[in-house]
Design a protein around this ligand. Structure first.
Ligand SMILES: *Cc1c(COP(=O)(O)O)cnc(C)c1O
Length: 379
């Protein structure tokens, strides 16, 4: 990492694994044909490798080989899932208009939902419990005969909290309500829930390339395309398939499955050591459930410091986050949904560990935090 900065922001993005880069290499230069060119051998070769990647990714997500739509990332996958379902309901003359999500969803879920709320749909945005978990009783009350879709992320990008997806799926399916899950932070990190209707995935959150993602769609779920202009991806997503990125995504998913069960406990140990260090500094509280949580996430709120000064000081030595990389400086809506004030949300830090993280990294983070607080809290 540049200039001695310790990178602990793996939930905003991960480095592409060298094995992923290697797997992609020939598909940029030698085998560059368009997989939609079915009249020549190079095109058919490209189509075959895409098909292979499609089947292996889908299988590891718990879906059939034809379930996957490749797209640019989880933002696009979420848009396609949510707006696609809504528009398909209008098209078929259905009467379900209610959409439900959690207030702590990523903006790539919240914003399409809000967009639809301005176009004849009704949005119910549920407040999480204090630990960031969904209140299943509240969800059950919100599920009406008019409910079309519930969207809940498996693992939160800011606080790492894991949601009880199977229970959510059961409540929804008893009422013929579709369930979408933004799995960007879960895939490649923790086991994925089963029984979902729609699941979004992002390459760069699991040591794959940026600019590629997928939406897995259970057979029978109708979607209206959100990008027109070609018959690729069953007419649901026009555009030439990025073969190298697709090959890279498949490799990243494969590598993620291979080391997930050893990586999780190792990073949890490092994370716990960092949290212990934080507790020793005093006036630091942890955000979100400490048990139902990704192993590589630690989100804290620091009392007695001002957010801007805190992050200005930290960034000399650490790459950490105060919220989502996509929120552009606004105090975190996730932490505010948990009951934090704007000032508290600003004086919060998300540490997220990754495959390259070491004990030295978290020790350095602890040292930097200690020094920073000594300076900032000096009366
Ligand atoms: C990063 C992220 C996204 C956006 O993914 P892109 O592939 O960058 O579009 C969406 N949802 C969650 C939970 C994320 O962490």
């Amino acid at each position: 990492m540049a200039s001695g900065v310790t990178y602990l922001d793996y939930q905003s993005t991960t480095p592409c694994d060298p094995a992923v880069v290697q797997a992609m290499a020939p598909w940029w230069t030698e085998d560059f044909a368009n997989p939609a060119s079915r009249l020549h051998r190079p095109g058919l070769t490209a189509a075959a490798v895409v098909q292979h990647a499609r089947s292996s990714i889908a299988a590891s997500l718990g879906f059939g080989p034809e379930a996957l739509i490749f797209c640019s990332g989880a933002s696009e996958a979420n848009n396609l899932a949510i707006k696609g379902v809504a528009e398909a309901e209008l098209r078929r003359g259905g009467s379900r208009r209610r959409l439900i999500c959690l207030a702590t969803e990523h903006r790539a879920v919240l914003d399409p939902m809000r967009y639809l709320a301005g176009h004849g749909f009704e949005l119910v945005c549920l407040a999480p419990q204090a630990d960031g978990r969904i209140d299943l009783n509240q969800l059950e009350e919100a599920l009406s005969a008019e409910t079309l879709l519930v969207s809940v992320m498996a693992a939160n990008n800011e606080i790492g909290v894991l949601q009880p997806m199977e229970a959510i799926v059961q409540l929804c399916h008893e009422r013929q309500v579709l369930v979408h899950c933004d799995g960007a932070q879960a895939a490649g990190h923790v086991p994925l829930p089963s029984g979902l209707d729609l699941l979004s995935l992002s390459g760069h959150k699991l040591y794959g390339p940026k600019g590629i993602g997928a939406l897995a769609i259970r057979p029978g779920v109708e979607l209206a395309p959100q990008q027109h202009g070609g018959s690729q991806e069953r007419g649901l997503r026009a555009g030439t398939l990025p073969v190298p990125l697709i090959v890279g995504l498949a490799k990243a998913v494969e590598l993620g499955e291979a080391d997930r069960d050893s990586r999780g406990p190792r990073l949890a140990q490092l994370r716990d050591a960092l949290w212990e260090r934080c507790q020793g500094l005093g006036g630091i509280e942890r955000n979100g459930s400490a048990t139902q949580c990704l192993p590589h996430n630690l989100n804290i709120t620091i009392q007695g410091v001002e957010g801007t000064a805190l992050h200005q000081a930290l960034r000399r030595d650490l790459a950490v986050s105060s919220g989502s990389a996509c929120a552009a400086g606004e105090p975190s809506h996730v932490l505010q949904a948990l009951g934090r004030s704007r000032l508290e949300a600003a004086a919060s830090v998300r540490f997220s560990l990754g495959r390259p993280s070491t004990r030295a990294d978290v020790e350095r983070a602890g040292d930097v935090l200690e020094d920073t607080l000594k300076t900032l809290r000096r009366p």
